[in-house]
Design a protein around this ligand. Structure first.
Ligand SMILES: N[C@@H](CCC(=O)N[C@@H](CS)C(=O)NCC(=O)O)C(=O)O
Length: 204
């Protein structure tokens, strides 16, 4: 679920090779890193002399710079950008809030009540999104940056039951994850994590 994933996916969709520089939690707090990412978070993209933070801004920059992720038609392009923003500012907040509370607020006596409020907020957004998607494969005519970001956000719910009442959203996520570009991005991300988990070689 780390947010390098939408960036990797976008780069794969437009066919641009990239390299990864991993940063440890200790580095996130350094003045040098804060100079490129003021909040000490990943991801950051360095591209053609430009440094960009915020996954949405990065995906939009890639989509703007290379063809394949934003429609040429001006109205469809604007709608796709709107979906990127909606994914991050309308759909994602209650999902991430509930997730974060699960890590940090579990001991609070109001924990269950708050979780239930957040779950209701999530359900409301999912119902609205499900109604909009209907039985179409993508949110607009063709797959675009908007779908990439909405699918990315919905993937956070893959292991939860929130998507169960909305089979069209589960299918939508599966459709996104079946794209060759997604699969390449996911395999590369997983390979990095697996490599980190390798136990040290005997004698080292
Ligand atoms: N709004 C940011 C959120 C980035 C974010 O939350 N990154 C996480 C990893 S997936 C992180 O770096 N967390 C460390 C922290 O927030 O201190 C974006 O979309 O780029």
């Amino acid at each position: 679920m780390a947010r390098d994933m939408p960036v990797r996916w976008a780069l794969e969709e437009v066919g641009q090779a990239y390299s990864i520089r991993s940063v440890g939690f200790d580095e996130l707090d350094t003045p040098a890193y804060r100079a490129v990412q003021p909040f000490g978070q990943i991801p950051v993209l360095e591209i053609e002399g430009i440094v960009i933070f915020e996954s949405g801004a990065i995906v939009l920059h890639i989509a703007d710079r290379y063809s394949g992720l934003l429609p040429v038609d001006a109205a469809a392009r604007a709608r796709s950008i709107g979906w990127v923003i909606a994914a991050l500012s309308t759909i994602e907040p209650p999902i991430v809030e509930r997730e974060a509370a699960g890590y940090a607020e579990r001991d609070q006596d109001w924990f269950d009540a708050r979780q239930s409020i957040m779950s209701n907020r999530i359900a409301r957004r999912l119902a609205q999104l499900s109604a909009r998607l209907g039985d179409r494969p993508w949110l607009d005519q063709t797959f675009s940056a908007g779908d990439l970001m909405v699918v990315t956000v919905l993937r956070r719910l893959s292991d939860d039951s929130d998507l169960d009442p909305f089979p069209n959203l589960r299918d939508y996520v599966a459709r996104g994850e079946a794209r060759p570009a997604f699969r390449r991005a996911f395999a590369a991300q997983r390979a990095l994590f697996e490599a980190r988990r390798q136990p040290p070689a005997a004698g080292s």
